[in-house]
Design a binder for this molecule. Structure first.
Ligand SMILES: *Cc1c(COP(=O)(O)O)cnc(C)c1O
Length: 346
C-alpha cells in the first residue's frame, strides 16, 4: 500500500500500469550487446525518429545519458556552459568532475532559460590560461525552475550563438515530451539544433527505468563504447525497453492531463494565506511552492502533510517545496493536496 496516495514529490513516483506490465511481460528479447534485442532496437529507432537524429541508444538512466554525452563532447579541462539549476550541476554526484573532467561555467537565470548574450559572456578567449569553452547545455523543461518550457526561438538564438563560436550543444530532455505537449512544438524541432539530446523514460512517461540518448551515427557509436565502459551495457534489456515503447505509444499525449492538474494545484495553493505560488509560471507539470509567509517550518509542514497522504519535495531554498504531477496522481489529487497544505500550515 502506498503511504502517499498523492505523492507529488516527483514524476519518478509512478508504478507501471497494467498495460505497461503486460508489454513488459510479453516483450520479445535478445542480447542487447549483440544488438539482437528487438525491443531495444525498436525503442532506439522510435527515439531516433522522434528526435530526428540518425541513431539512438538505450541507457539505464538519464544521468548516464548526460555523463556519456559530456564525455564524448569534452576533454578534461574543457568547460561546459550550463545554467546553475540544471541537473548535472546539482544531482549527479559531481559527475562532470568525475567523468568528463570538464569544468562548469554557470549561467544564473530566474527561469532556467538563458540568452545568447549570457552565453557570449561565458565564452573564454583562446588563451592557454583559460579552460577551453566547449559545450552549451540546455534543459527542457527546466526542472528546478518550475518546469519552464524553452520557446523554440530562444533555443534557436542560443544555438546560433553557440555555432558562431564553435561550441557544441547538448539537450537534457528528461522532460522533453512535457515541453512538446505544453508548447505544440515537435520533439524534432526542439532537438534539431543539438548535437546530442536525450529523453527520460522514468519521469512523466511512467516507465520503471531508462533514458534514450540520440545523435549522429558517429556519436552513438562512441556512446555504445562508453555504455560498456560505464557498466551500462545490459543483456535482455528489452524487458525494460518494451515499457519505453509502450510509453511512447500511450503516455505522451496524456501529459496534458498532468499539466492541467499542475495548473489546478497551483491556483488552489496560491489562495492559501502564507503560501506563494506563481500560477502563471506553471507551464508544464511542476509547481514551486513557497511557504515563507507561514509560521511553521518546512520540516513541520512536511511532517504534517504525511497523515493526509500528501508529499512534496523540499527544494534547495529553505522555504520552498516542489510539487510534480504525473500519471499516478488521482483526479482529485490537486484538491486533496490543496486541502492538506491548508491544514498543515495552520
Ligand atoms: C531526472 C533528471 C535527470 C536524470 O535522470 P535519471 O533517469 O534520474 O538519472 C537529468 N536531468 C533532469 C532535468 C532530470 O529531471
Amino acid at each position: 500500500m502506498n503511504r502517499f496516495p498523492v505523492d507529488l514529490s516527483s514524476d519518478t513516483q509512478t508504478r507501471p500500469t497494467p498495460g505497461m506490465r503486460q508489454a513488459i511481460a510479453s516483450a520479445e528479447v535478445g542480447d542487447e550487446q549483440k544488438r539482437e534485442d528487438p525491443s531495444v532496437n525498436r525503442l532506439q529507432e522510435m527515439i531516433a525518429d522522434l528526435t530526428g537524429k540518425e541513431a539512438a541508444l538505450f541507457l539505464p538512466t538519464g544521468t548516464m545519458c548526460n555523463l556519456i554525452a559530456h564525455m564524448i563532447h569534452c576533454r578534461p579541462g574543457d568547460e561546459i556552459i550550463i545554467e546553475a539549476s540544471y541537473h548535472p550541476v546539482n544531482f549527479e554526484g559531481g559527475g562532470p568532475a568525475v567523468h568528463s573532467r570538464a569544468s562548469l561555467r554557470l549561467i544564473e537565470s530566474k527561469t532556467g532559460i538563458f540568452t545568447p548574450e549570457q552565453v557570449e559572456s561565458c565564452i573564454r578567449p583562446n588563451d592557454p590560461h583559460f579552460p577551453r569553452s566547449k559545450l552549451v547545455c540546455v534543459e527542457n523543461t527546466c526542472n528546478l525552475r518550475g518546469g519552464r518550457v524553452w520557446p523554440i526561438h530562444a533555443i534557436r538564438a542560443v544555438a546560433a550563438c553557440a555555432r558562431k563560436n564553435n561550441l557544441l550543444l547538448h539537450l537534457d530532455g528528461a522532460r522533453l515530451f512535457n515541453a512538446v505537449v505544453a508548447s505544440g512544438t515537435s520533439a524534432k524541432a526542439f532537438c534539431e539544433p543539438f548535437d546530442s539530446c536525450w529523453v527520460d523514460l522514468s519521469k512523466g512517461l511512467g516507465c520503471p527505468i531508462g533514458g534514450v540518448l540520440a545523435g549522429t551515427r558517429v556519436f552513438i557509436n562512441e556512446a555504445w563504447r562508453l555504455k560498456h565502459t560505464c557498466g551500462g551495457a545490459m543483456r535482455q534489456a528489452g524487458m525494460m525497453a518494451a515499457a519505453g515503447v509502450y510509453a511512447l505509444e500511450h503516455n505522451i499525449e496524456r501529459l496534458a492531463e498532468d499539466h492541467a492538474k499542475a495548473k489546478k494545484l497551483a491556483r488552489g495553493l496560491s489562495e492559501i494565506p502564507g503560501v506563494i505560488v506563481d500560477v502563471d509560471a506553471v507551464e508544464s507539470n511542476i509547481v514551486i511552492i513557497d511557504i515563507a509567509g507561514s509560521k511553521r517550518s518546512r520540516t513541520e509542514v512536511f511532517e504534517r502533510l504525511i497523515p493526509h497522504g500528501v508529499r512534496f519535495s523540499p527544494l534547495i531554498q529553505a522555504t520552498q517545496f516542489r510539487a510534480v504531477t504525473h500519471l499516478d496522481i488521482p483526479e482529485n489529487g490537486p484538491d486533496l493536496a490543496i486541502a492538506a497544505l491548508r491544514d498543515a500550515i495552520n
